[in-house]
Write a protein of this length. Structure first.
Lengths: 235, 837
């Protein structure tokens, strides 16, 4: 059974006179444990798709189901609860809270979930991303690569089944980006997490077994490297 | 983990990271300043009232023209208050037997018991010091203490014998001053003090003999509320012919001084409230901007909308409670320090602090938070979680100015409560509203002007463009700065002017003696004697006593005045005078005063307050009965009278010669060197009917009240100064993040630190200058309104104020802005961009 099912997902926004279709009837399903990349040029609708998959935004038509639960049947608070239970996030701009130390940033999702061992668990995760000595540092005292590693620790700390990443290397130089990607894939393999990442980094996309290509809001190509059957969608 | 615990953790983290420093400081300061003003004003008021109570002989006084029902004393004792009865009546008093041939003199006899007086002391004449010394106890049975006036006129010395009714009493001592002078300054009859146990022997208390029974009541050891409760009780139980007097019913001189003192302190408190509110609003707005991402992230990580809201609300409520408590404690410390400082300066002991100002201080902090911080923060819960992916999403809707409606209402309520004076509150609120509107308008005008301004160099252009780019933000900042500066101006320059004008109304050479009862044929001789003693020309005023009997052809009905004071004023005889020119301590507020050469039919001039109380208007035709003759004239002007000037003042003035032929006596005020005790005796020896009243003690008391209040205001001003600086800080840090980002982008594009610094300095300096101009205008208008409508003194426009305000505003804001953003300019742009991206 697929962990994530996207069915005829459409997002239209009204800007000016004409409605603008950002996503046009996109459908795919992702099996548990898969690492999938959503690729495409700027403006192809990648980030919009990610927001819809996380339940951060609502589609105009179509549906998203996570672990068999359709997001359309949930209200905003229920979607938030589902995110807390199931989803981890890694962002292009890291999105660490500036008033919190590295440790506290990692603790935050655990605290929100009411975990009593939040501090101990967060410390463990910081150690796992190699930042134990920087636990009490604030984001502004960390380099970009370090900040993204903290963000990865935060994303995995809640032990999500689905990890969504938005251009995780977008703000990093190539070498640092490579290290961060290595870390992300290592943890993904260890934890058996399903990884969906949005990127236009070809190297990063190449490390994923599944590659979905968006163009002009449509899914134009769906490659499954493990099954080596690339399907080009009919226009 | 409970939301509460998580909220507390987030609060501690925000505090530690410095996110809440300005907000917390603003709240602490709000509570501390309100509390200090409150505690201090309360204690000073207590002390001032206590000092004034020395003049009353007690804290309150119940008087009756019949014997007082015992319930009045019993009720006071039941409430833990101290009481002592005083009986007063008039009698002819002369030397007993063949002691001398002086004729008996109409004397006011006062019979007292052991506890008299409850406040203040009787001062006995002493050979070795002109100031005399305080008496211990009261005259023993069979002993009489005449005052210096009677002693002079009867040439009495201790051991002489006086006939008081059927009793013969021995002069034990001669007193200079006794505390109970509430009959006003112009009752010049000599007095004697006797022991109440001797009354029966005098046989003077016969039916038909007019006497006044009084009960002095003081809260010596009783809780402070007891006196108020008793006063309320007594007021309800007053029968016809009885009255209750407290310090407020004392001489207008002391009353007006006390009321002004209260208003000055109230003003200082108001300004502190407003400044704190501005600082809290600015700091909360900044918190809101900086925590949009936190809110979005918390929602993204799975917190429901309700939980996110609860987290922020709990954080802020806890912060508000803790900061308000801290401020209240600080206020206690501040006012205690002040009490120590004042103790070495003032003779009066301050009463201990009461609980109420503490409650008010705490409530103030919490109210400011609820009114100005929480409403905009509710927007945080409404932030779209999608913001974590899309930074360009519009900010959640705050309710804009509506969000502050609750805060404004809270402030208005607090102002009304603090000021306890609708005019003062309205002027202050009006000033603030006007300033907000003016700053908005000024910002828009500036933007319009900028578009036409010739382009002069990159830095200047960029700095000014910054202002134009954020019209709302700029006008808010300018408004906040103007508020802060206006408060500072009001409390420095204007306050100084007001206090100086106030004190100038009572110069060091204010008269310390009133001379009354001068007969027309003695006027020249007495004037010469007074001018000699004072070393300058002294004016004598004619005085005619008359009763108001008719208004506009209808008999004047005194029964319709329900208020005791108005009725008393209506029933008593007026002191009428006739003058060619308006005295300097009087000011015309309606109609016109007659020319110096006006004829006797130029109407009459009434004091504004009495006219209001007796419902008399400009144009009304009044008829006075003066010893059987009727004089009718229209009211042609209304005057404000500076009662605490210690000059002779009259409710009703007539033009020259309007009162010719009426039974007239003359009076005047003169300053003689303090300690000159021969002045009175030599004057009275030459003119036996003339009465000279020594008001030196009252004068001294009023002056010392003014001194205390001036110091009090200076102290309170310190808090307001800190509040003003905090507003400045909050206003600058409100735009700090945007500024840092701009600076980083510009430096990336190749701008030098120096160019950026100049651009920012230009922007800050222009903001400061505009704020200074607005503040000077606001302070001048407010100062004029306060002087004219509230304090009843003249206001002098100070053109230098504008120069100081504009230059000071520009320099102060530029300096503060430089300090606030210098760190941002030094940091590598990439660090700034990364942090703020």
């Amino acid at each position: 059974m697929s962990l994530l099912v996207v069915d005829k997902l459409t997002k239209t926004v009204h800007s000016g006179d004409a409605p603008l279709t950002i996503l046009d009837a996109v459908s795919f399903a992702i099996a548990p444990g898969t690492a999938a990349a959503i690729v495409g040029a700027s403006g192809s609708g990648k980030t919009t798709l990610l927001g819809l998959m996380a339940g951060l935004d609502l589609p105009t038509a179509g549906s998203v189901a996570i672990d068999g639960v359709s997001l359309a049947t949930l209200d905003e608070d229920a979607r938030a609860a589902l995110r807390q239970r199931m989803i981890g996030f890694v962002f292009q701009s890291f999105q660490l809270l500036p008033a919190l130390t590295a440790l506290e940033n990692v603790m935050l999702p655990l605290e929100l979930a009411g975990r009593a061992d939040a501090a101990a668990s967060a410390r463990e995760w910081l150690a796992r991303v190699g930042l134990a000595p920087r636990a009490t540092h604030y984001p502004r005292q960390l380099s970009g690569g370090e900040q993204q590693r903290v963000a990865i620790a935060r994303a995995f700390a809640g032990e999500p089944r689905l990890l969504l990443a938005d251009e995780p290397t977008g703000n990093l130089d190539q070498a640092t980006g490579g290290d961060v990607v290595d870390l992300m894939f290592r943890l993904n393999a260890e934890r058996g997490t399903t990884l969906v990442l949005v990127t236009h980094d070809v190297g990063l996309a190449a490390r994923c077994s599944r590659r979905l290509t968006l163009s002009g809001g449509r899914l134009v190509r769906d490659e499954d490297v493990e099954r080596s059957d690339a399907a080009t969608m009919a226009p | 983990m409970g939301t509460l615990r998580l909220a507390l953790r987030m609060l501690l983290r925000d505090l530690r990271a410095g996110e809440l420093t300005v907000l917390a400081a603003a709240l602490v300061l709000a509570a501390a300043s309100i509390g200090s003003v409150g505690f201090f004003a309360d204690r000073v008021k207590g002390a001032l009232a206590g000092e004034a109570n020395l003049l009353l002989g007690g804290d309150v006084l119940v008087a009756s023209d019949r014997e007082l029902p015992p319930a009045f004393a019993d009720e006071a004792v039941r409430r833990g208050l101290t009481t002592t009865p005083v009986l007063r009546f008039s009698s002819m008093v002369g030397r007993a037997g063949n002691d001398g041939d002086a004729t008996p003199i109409l004397t006011s006899v006062k019979a007292v018991t052991g506890d008299y007086p409850l406040r203040g002391a009787i001062t006995l004449a002493a050979a070795d010091t002109p100031d005399g010394r305080a008496a211990t106890g009261i005259p023993a049975r069979g002993v009489v203490w005449p005052d210096t006036r009677l002693a002079t006129r009867l040439a009495l010395k201790p051991g002489d014998r006086l006939a008081v009714g059927d009793a013969t009493l021995t002069v034990g001592a001669i007193f200079q001053q006794e505390p109970e002078v509430s009959q006003g300054l112009l009752t010049g009859t000599p007095r004697i003090l006797i022991n109440a146990a001797d009354i029966a022997a005098t046989h003077l208390l016969q039916p038909g003999n007019r006497a006044t029974w009084r009960l002095l009541v003081a809260a010596r050891d009783a809780p402070r509320g007891a006196l108020d409760a008793y006063t309320a009780w007594a007021r309800e139980h007053l029968a016809a012919g009885m009255q209750l007097q407290s310090v407020r019913d004392l001489q207008p001189e002391v009353r007006q001084t006390l009321e002004r003192a209260e208003k000055f302190l109230g003003l200082a408190a108001l300004v502190a409230v407003l400044l704190s509110a501005v600082a809290v609003a600015l700091a909360s707005a900044r918190y809101l901007r900086r925590h949009l991402d936190t809110a979005a992230m918390v929602r993204c990580l799975g917190a429901s909308r309700g939980r996110a809201l609860a987290m922020f609300v709990v954080q802020f409520v806890v912060l508000g409670v803790v900061a308000s408590l801290a401020g209240t404690v600080l206020a206690l410390g501040g006012q205690a320090l002040l009490a120590v400082l004042l103790r070495s300066l003032a003779a009066t002991d301050l009463p201990p602090p009461a609980a109420l100002p503490g409650v008010v201080a705490f409530t103030t902090g919490v109210l400011l938070l609820l009114g100005f911080a929480l409403p905009p923060l509710t927007a945080l819960a409404g932030v779209a979680p999608l913001r974590v992916l899309r930074r360009d999403l519009p900010r959640p809707r705050t309710w804009g100015w509506l969000a502050y409606a609750a805060g404004a209402a809270a402030i208005a309520a607090m102002i009304a409560w603090q000021a306890q004076d609708a005019t003062l509150g309205a002027i202050t609120l009006g000033g603030v509203a006007g300033l907000v509107a003016a700053s908005g308008l000024a910002a828009w005008l500036l933007i319009a002007l900028l578009k036409r301004l010739p382009q002069r160099g990159l830095t200047w252009r960029f700095g000014l463009a910054n202002l134009a780019r954020r019209p709302l933000g700029s006008s808010l900042t300018i408004g906040a700065l103007a508020m802060g500066l206006m408060a500072l101006l009001l409390l420095t320059v204007v306050r100084d002017d007001l206090v100086r004008t106030w004190r100038a109304s009572l110069p060091p050479d204010a008269p310390n003696h009133f001379v009354i009862n001068v007969l027309p044929e003695q006027v020249d001789g007495v004037r010469a004697a007074l001018s000699r003693a004072a070393g300058k020309d002294v004016t004598l005023y004619p005085m005619v006593r008359g009763r108001l009997v008719d208004v506009n052809g209808k008999p004047f009905d005194t029964a319709r005045f329900t208020e005791a004071r108005a009725r008393r004023m209506a029933e008593r005889e007026f002191n009428l005078s006739s003058l060619a020119t308006l005295p300097s301590t009087n000011r015309i507020v309606a109609g016109t005063f007659w020319a110096p050469d006006a004829g006797p039919d130029a109407g009459l001039s009434m004091e504004e307050g009495i006219a209001k109380q007796l419902d008399l208007k400009l144009g009304d035709r009044l008829t006075f009965d003066i010893a059987g003759q009727q004089v009718t004239a229209p009211v042609t002007s209304l005057r404000k009278v500076d009662w605490d000037s210690f000059q002779p003042n009259f409710f009703t003035l007539f033009p020259p010669h309007a009162l010719d032929g009426m039974p007239t006596s003359w009076l005047g005020a003169v300053r003689v060197p303090p300690g000159d005790r021969t002045f009175v005796s030599s004057l009275v020896a030459e003119y036996p009917n003339v009465l000279a009243i020594d008001v030196g003690d009252v004068l001294h008391q009023v002056q010392s009240i003014m001194d205390q209040v001036s110091r009090a205001i200076e102290f309170v001003f310190l808090f307001t100064l800190v509040a003003g600086v905090l507003v400045l800080q909050a206003a600058i840090s409100a735009t700090q993040d945007e500024r840092r980002y701009d600076a980083a982008v510009l430096r990336t594009l190749g701008a030098s630190q120096r160019q950026l610094r100049l651009a920012q300095t230009a922007e800050f300096a222009v903001q400061g200058a505009i704020a200074g101009l607005l503040a000077a205008t606001g302070a001048t208008i407010s100062g004029w309104l306060l002087a004219d409508r509230v304090f009843n003194i003249k206001f002098a426009l100070d053109p230098w104020l504008f120069l100081w305000a504009v230059a000071g505003g520009a320099v102060a804001v530029a300096a503060a802005g430089w300090l606030g953003t210098r760190e941002a300019l030094k940091r590598p742009p990439v660090a700034v961009l990364r942090q703020l991206a």
